[in-house]
Write a protein that binds this ligand. Structure first.
Ligand code: GBH
Length: 480
């Protein structure tokens, strides 16, 4: 339709929730204060083995939100958001990761101050339990490769629901398992990068179980009195068929989406891995002479526990690419028999990710058609390189165009998207890129002792989009 290529002047459904996102390790600092235990990110960044952190930096101080959370609440209020998505540092609350070893009251107090401060300004806390910062106490016993972590995560969630659930009504178990189950730092010394992939599938299997136990626990023991909602956040590019009319390319897109998104969504929603993953990984395992598949299976009891274990789907999305069939790819793309490519005409963000607004609509609509669950966009944003200052016009355009494509998915395609969080509230520690990349809509001068949060142009423009609940028909007349 004509509307597909045009900017859609319309507003979001009433009650649509606007927010901002951060994660504990990236903003808090206070890495060893008041009884906090060490996480794999403390270790990984301090050791910086192989120089894996671009600038050799760490999150020891980061944005110092551990002390400056009131400044964060202030800028959230100025933005007019409905919710703030932040994560709890497991090791701040349970220093070794295991409840039996003790719970850290000072850590609980910190999150209570943050939660109460948000609610006092009418901002809903939207809490991620796990955003990559695994307590070292659990890493040394195998981390996500040891299935005993499933019970440790359940115990941790019980503490979180019990301490915070009277006030927190939006929970996410995990942030982007696809990222951490494939990342070097998730395994520290245990190198996962051996062909063919096996450890990522084991990690994933434990994450699905841990998620499901946490969901069942909430359902049985906390939902009746706390009445909240709980889901998981997955991430994926939209893997568009290289030629939209070519059936091989369409099949490659299908495989790619199921290997990236269905890997988690299918077991959680339907009780089993995507049939295409089962078929391909089982076959390749057999051909390699193994007596069992690299892709584990859920027994009948686990199938029942995981099946239908979410209230909604969270999605983090930044970029898109094309895919086609390939039998020469390696690693995960080898299992999926796909190869990806970009389009030279696509604009890129400062760190080289392609800007493809229409891919966001395709993804949300695909999620809706495939799973038909409520969707929360829990991250979307533009990464800049180096110090871009306050004039961030490419980020302003990115948000405007991506949010407009989300609007089309809701209004023209019927996707049930309920909320949207921009990544990120402030410039912060960008993992292996250290402080060399900036995703914030607020600027931070890291050598300013006060770490003052200063709005960029993107903060100003998002404030208006949030206040307007989208792009009212007469919006163009308002632009000066
Ligand atoms: C998120 O991960 C994290 O949750 C967050 O902590 C982080 O700070 C933020 O994003 C920004 O990085 O090469 O063009 O195809 C993002 C996961 C996976 C997003 C790979 C971009 C590839 C882009 N990323 N993806 S491209």
């Amino acid at each position: 339709t004509a509307q597909d290529d045009e900017f859609l002047y319309d507003t979001f459904p009433p009650g649509f929730m606007w927010g901002q996102a951060t994660s504990a390790y990236q903003v808090e600092g206070g890495w060893n204060e008041d009884g906090k235990g060490e996480s794999i990110w403390d270790t990984w960044s301090h050791e910086n083995l192989g120089g894996n952190i671009a600038d050799g930096s760490n999150g020891d101080v980061a944005c110092d939100s551990y002390h400056k959370y009131a400044d964060d609440i202030k800028i959230l209020k100025d933005l007019g958001v409905n919710f703030y998505r932040f994560s709890i540092a497991w090791a701040r609350v349970i220093p070794t990761g295991r409840v039996a070893d003790g719970v850290n009251q000072a850590g609980i107090d910190y999150y209570n101050r943050l939660i109460d401060g948000l609610l006092a300004e009418g901002i809903e806390p939207f809490v991620t339990l796990y955003h990559w910062d695994l307590p070292m106490g659990l890493e040394v016993t195998g981390g996500w490769l040891n299935d005993s972590i499933v019970d440790d995560f359940e115990d941790y969630s019980r503490v979180a629901f019990r301490e915070f659930g009277d006030r927190v009504k939006y929970w996410l178990t995990f942030n982007e398992p696809h990222v951490f189950c494939l990342a070097r730092w998730n395994y520290l010394s245990q190198n996962p990068f051996v062909e063919p992939p096996e450890k990522p599938y084991i990690c994933a299997h434990n994450v699905v179980k841990a998620h499901a136990l946490s969901f069942r626990l909430y359902d049985a023991e906390f939902r009746p009195t706390q009445n909240g909602t709980i889901g998981i956040t997955l991430n994926t590019n939209w893997a568009a068929p290289k030629n939209p009319n070519n059936t091989d390319d369409q099949a490659a897109s299908f495989r790619s989406m199921h290997f990236s998104f269905g890997w988690w969504a299918n077991p959680i929603i339907r009780g089993e891995y995507p049939p295409i993953m089962r078929e391909l990984v089982d076959r390749k395992s057999q051909e390699a002479g193994r007596n069992s598949s690299r892709l584990p299976s859920f027994d009948a009891q686990w199938t029942e526990i995981i099946n239908g274990s979410t209230d909604f789907l969270g999605i983090n999305h930044y970029s898109s690419h094309f895919v086609e069939y390939s039998n020469t790819s390696t690693w995960m793309d080898g299992d999926a028999e796909v190869k990806g490519s970009g389009d030279p005409s696509w604009e890129q963000n400062g760190i080289g990710w392609s800007i493809v607004p229409w891919g966001f609509r395709k993804l949300l609509t695909w999620m809706h058609e495939e799973y038909s669950y409520p969707i929360y966009v829990t991250e979307n944003g533009y990464g800049g390189r180096g110090d871009e200052g306050l004039d961030d016009e490419p980020r302003v355009r990115y948000y405007r165009n991506y949010i407009n494509e989300m609007l089309k998915s809701i209004k023209l395609d019927g996707a049930d998207v309920r909320g949207y969080a921009a990544w990120s509230l402030i410039d912060n520690y960008e993992w292996e890129l250290g402080y060399t990349a900036r995703f914030g809509i607020h600027y931070l001068n890291y050598s300013d002792p006060n770490l003052t949060r200063i709005p960029k142009d993107s903060a100003i423009s998002l404030t208006k989009i949030f206040a307007d609940n989208g792009f009212p028909a007469n919006e163009s007349l308002l632009i000066v």
